[in-house]
Each structure stands twice: as structure tokens, then as C-alpha cells.
Design a protein around this ligand. Structure first.
Ligand code: NDP
Length: 279
């Protein structure tokens, strides 16, 4: 079976560079989808409280023949729990919903800059679950450079990751460089821009040249840039296709052509403006 490279986070925790994202997978389909991803070889699952499908991930883990240590699981704090005690209670709920004693990585999902209770207080709760060992690593998602700097100045633990939107139409090189300087690994969400980049002629051209699919070309571009990715698909053939990234390489010219497609285009919300609290 393909061996997926791992990345060592700033506290020494090892994370598979390629995982399986479950955003927008229906709660009652998540168990089977995750089991199918395990069969293909994925050992890293990215879920969130907001996705309402942590239970399905936990059920898949329990139904599989994999040991807990074989699978890296990430979840994220929902936006309504940005307060110290609420964050702790929500974290407990994530562990019980997943049916695990420890999570590999727990993130603040969005910085929510427009709300009264800020992410610094919330981060202090995450530091507690990190210190007591119930989260192997903690990190953030959708944090801009100013949010990262503030967090690092005002708290003790440097986030292990920043999970941000990155794909060929939003290459994020400035923010990725800030993360690199701070020792924070970058996780690229919506790595194929939810499919929007797959018919770009530069990408389909490279794909034809090397006999790969457009999705494989884009995912390979992320891997060679050193970011962590977890494409989502409920289509078994695509789940397999997205896993077959480690028997070919893009050359420098191909890498450069893809990076040059940047147009600052977001498929998701702008973190500076997103203050949404789910009901
Ligand atoms: P992706 O960029 O992974 O794209 C998913 C879409 O592309 C689906 O419609 C899927 O269709 C389709 N697709 C997948 N593989 C292929 C393929 N090989 N060929 C053609 N189409 C394909 O988008 P996501 O937004 O799901 O991002 C991935 C993960 O990132 C999420 O699941 C989640 O874990 C994380 N994320 C985090 C966010 C955050 O705020 N932290 C925000 C958004 C995502 P189908 O399923 O029908 O096959």
C-alpha cells in the first residue's frame, strides 16, 4: 500500500501529509465514506463540530480494524463556543462524540474577529486540553497574520498548524511564509477549490502531458509545496485517484505555471469578515 509522507509539527507530533476531509458529507453517510477512505489507505481524517459528522468518523474508527494510534483525527471548535468554559465543554463533547480519549489535533475553526469574546481567551482553553494530554496538538484555522502574531504574543503555546484556504487560484504565499517563519505548518483547505480549478487549461495541459488527472496535478502541487491536504470526495474512484500522488513529480516549470494561476479568488468566506455563529 502507498506510504503517505508525514510532517513533523512544532511539538514533534507526526501528521500524514495527505488526509480525507469530510466537510459537506451528510452525517448518515460519513461512517461509510470514512470506512471507504480507510480501505483506500487514508489514515488522517479532517472533521469539525460544524460539519455535524464527528459521530460518523468515530463510528468508522470503531467499526474498522484499525488501532486508535493508526489514525490521525482533527476536529475544530465551532464558532458559538468562543469563550473559555464553553470551549472546554465543547472539546469534551468532541471526544465523546468521536468516542476517543484523545484527539490528535484540535483547532479554533475561525478567528471571528467581530465578536466580543476573542480568540485569545478561547486559545487558553485549548492550551489546557493540550497540557492535560487530551489533545496531542492544537492549532488554528483561517487565522490571518495579525491574528497569529497576537496569539503568539499573548499566550504560551504556538499553534501547530494554521488551516487556510489554499489552491491555485488563491496561493496564499505571503501568509504561508508568515506561518513558515513562526514554525506553524500550513494545511490547505479546499485544495482543488471544490473542483473550480480542474478545467483550467494550464492544469489540464500538464495533466495531459504527464498522463495524470487534473485533480492529481493540483494535489501533487500542494504536496511538493510542503502543505498538508485532505481533499473531500464521496465518489470512490475519486477517493482512490486523490490518494495516488506519490509515484510522480511535477518539475519546476510545471510548479511555477500552477502557482502563476493565483488570482486571489476565495471559494469560501473571508476570515476578516466571517463572524457566523451556527444556530
Ligand atoms: P475540495 O477542494 O476537497 O473539493 C471537493 C469537491 O471536489 C467535491 O465536490 C468533490 O465531489 C469534488 N472532487 C473531489 N475529488 C475530485 C476529483 N478527483 N475529480 C473531480 N472532482 C473531485 O473541497 P472541500 O471544501 O471539501 O475541502 C476539503 C476539506 O478541507 C474539507 O472536507 C474540510 O475537511 C476542509 N475544509 C476546511 C475549512 C475550514 O474552514 N477550516 C473550510 C472548507 C474545507 P464528490 O464528493 O461529489 O466526489
Amino acid at each position: 500500500m502507498t506510504s503517505v509522507p508525514t510532517i513533523s509539527l512544532n511539538n514533534g507530533t507526526s501528521i500524514p501529509q495527505l488526509g480525507y476531509g469530510v466537510f459537506q458529507i451528510k452525517p448518515d453517510e460519513t461512517k461509510d465514506a470514512t470506512l471507504s477512505a480507510f480501505e483506500v489507505g487514508y489514515r488522517h481524517i479532517d472533521t469539525a463540530q460544524m460539519y455535524q459528522n464527528e459521530a460518523g468518523v468515530g463510528e468508522a474508527l470503531a467499526a474498522s480494524d484499525l488501532a486508535r494510534d493508526d489514525v490521525f483525527i482533527t476536529s475544530k471548535l465551532n464558532n458559538g463556543f468562543h469563550a473559555h468554559d464553553d470551549a472546554l465543554a465543547a472539546f469534551d463533547l468532541t471526544l465523546s462524540t468521536l468516542g476517543v480519549d484523545q484527539i490528535d489535533l484540535f483547532l479554533i475553526h475561525w478567528p471571528m474577529p467581530g465578536i466580543d469574546i476573542d480568540f485569545v481567551e478561547t486559545w487558553k482553553a485549548l492550551e489546557e486540553v493540550y497540557r492535560d494530554g487530551r489533545a496531542k496538538a492544537i492549532g488554528v484555522s483561517n487565522f490571518q497574520a495579525n491574528h497569529l502574531h497576537r496569539l503568539i504574543e499573548e499566550t504560551d503555546v504556538v499553534p501547530a498548524v494554521n488551516q487556510i484556504e489554499v489552491h491555485p487560484y488563491l496561493v496564499q504565499d505571503e501568509l504561508r511564509e508568515v506561518c513558515r517563519e513562526l514554525g506553524i505548518a500550513v494545511e490547505a483547505w479546499s485544495p482543488i477549490a471544490q473542483g473550480q480549478v480542474l478545467d483550467n487549461p494550464a492544469i489540464t495541459g500538464i495533466a495531459a502531458e504527464i498522463g495524470r488527472t487534473a485533480a492529481q496535478v493540483v494535489l501533487r502541487w500542494h504536496i511538493q509545496r510542503g502543505d498538508i491536504v485532505f481533499p473531500k470526495s464521496v465518489t470512490r474512484s475519486r477517493v482512490e485517484e486523490n490518494f495516488a500522488l506519490f509515484d510522480f513529480e511535477l518539475d519546476n516549470a510545471q510548479m511555477g505555471m500552477i502557482t502563476a494561476l493565483d488570482q486571489g479568488h476565495r471559494t469560501g468566506p473571508n476570515p476578516d469578515e466571517f463572524n457566523y455563529i451556527p444556530s
